[in-house]
Design a protein around this ligand. Structure first.
Ligand code: DQA
Length: 149
């Protein structure tokens, strides 16, 4: 069975394609999901690609991942900068976490320079658009290949 990676997208990411295209590009969330599905296939992974605007729902998904997933790729959106609860849920999952942002948050407003997730993540990718998601999936693919060897 292929390792299952939960790919989570936080608030407002359902608006990709129309939301601040200068910042986030013209790709929609569906395009991003499609690209991730292709990358998952390439790297020997299964993915579940999800988005929510409700913090509690995201937390419930993270809790449920503990028993059934091998890793979490998360773009927490604005909750990156505000949510201790999401950080705590990720820690409780005991899964490897990669934090991804489409934009380079360090080039933007100072409040975006703070992340509650980064210090508990295996790694952080930002500023590379949807390629960041694919790079994170490539990393997970290699990680689980190494662990299986
Ligand atoms: C984002 C960056 C966040 O600061 C912002 O609130 C988002 C998207 C990104 O992917 O660049 O919603 O996570």
């Amino acid at each position: 069975m292929k390792p299952l990676i939960l790919v989570l997208n936080g608030p407002n990411l359902n608006m990709l394609g129309t939301r601040e295209p200068g910042q986030y590009g013209h790709e929609t969330l569906a395009d991003l999901g499609q690209r991730c599905a292709v990358a998952a296939q390439t790297h020997g992974l299964e993915i579940e690609f999800r988005q929510t605007n409700h913090e509690g729902e995201l937390i419930d998904w993270i809790h449920a991942a503990r028993a059934r997933c091998a890793g979490i790729l998360i773009n927490p959106g604005a909750w990156t900068h505000t949510s201790v609860a999401i950080r705590d849920a990720l820690v409780a999952s005991e899964l490897p976490v990669i934090e991804v942002h489409l934009s380079n948050v360090h080039k933007r407003e100072p409040f975006r320079h703070v992340s509650f997730v980064s210090s508990i993540a295996v790694g952080v990718i930002c500023g590379l658009g949807s390629q960041g998601y694919r790079m994170a999936l490539s990393y997970f693919g290699e990680l689980f290949k190494e662990q299986a060897a």
